[in-house]
Design a protein around this ligand. Structure first.
Ligand code: AMP
Length: 211
């Protein structure tokens, strides 16, 4: 059983690689952003609370997100999983540790702000399955249609340029400190997120098989 965290700025390609890893290795994929977007779309109480934070590029408070993750993890004991978007802060990492969850591997996607802005300005997301495409770098086969499930592709509300900048700042201030945290456990594998998608895929595959 493998427990893997995907760590990296918004737009660093975590979601794209996650889809590949799920198909290749049958990991369970838990993407906190997708869970929250579903709550917003369903207009639940939780979704209403999360929406204002998300649209400002800020983090949703820990008391909202922590238990969502814990319930998911506890419902799938003995399953290999990929966590994407959680933890995003040191207190969230400690929360997992306090509850007996420890990663075997942290894949860190290294990328510059300039490249994030370039990527996010063309990002298209499937409104049904959450798959990511790009107008220039990762075009869907049919314009505006998801290759995976055939639903329509949209631009996420929080992929507007001003919100992207704020999300990147939030990432640098609150999430990147996790890198030193996990380095202490010697479990970080760094990839250059500016490489070609297929090259990154191969490197990650090799690393996971080796683990
Ligand atoms: P993502 O799709 O991973 O970029 O997440 C979209 C948004 O959901 C983020 O900008 C945050 O507002 C919120 N979010 C996702 N994961 C977390 C988390 N672990 N803690 C707090 N907020 C989160």
């Amino acid at each position: 059983m493998k427990k893997v965290l995907l760590l990296g700025a918004p737009g660093s390609g975590k979601g794209t690689q996650a889809k590949y890893l799920v198909d290749e290795f049958s990991f369970k994929h838990i993407a906190m952003g997708d869970i929250l977007r579903q709550e917003v779309a369903d207009e639940t109480e939780l979704g209403k609370e999360a929406k204002s934070y998300m649209n400002q590029g800020a983090l949703v408070p820990d008391d909202v997100v922590n238990n969502i993750v814990l319930n998911k993890l506890q419902s799938m004991a003995n399953t290999s999983y990929l966590l994407d978007g959680f933890p995003r802060t040191i207190p969230q990492a400690k929360f997992l540790e306090d509850n007996g969850e420890a990663f075997d591997l942290v894949i860190y996607f290294h990328i510059t702000l300039e490249r994030v802005l370039d990527r996010m300005s063309g990002r298209l997301t499937c409104k049904t399955c959450g798959a990511s495409f790009h107008k220039k770098y990762n075009k869907p086969t049919k314009e505006n249609i998801c290759d995976n499930c055939g639903a329509t592709l949209i631009v996420r509300d929080d992929d507007k340029p001003e919100t992207v900048k704020k999300r990147y700042e939030t990432y640098i201030n609150q999430t990147e400190p996790l890198l030193s945290h996990y380095n202490k456990f010697n479990i970080v594998f760094e990839v250059n997120a500016e490489d070609d998608i297929n090259i990154i895929q191969e490197k990650i595959k090799e690393r996971i098989i080796r683990k």
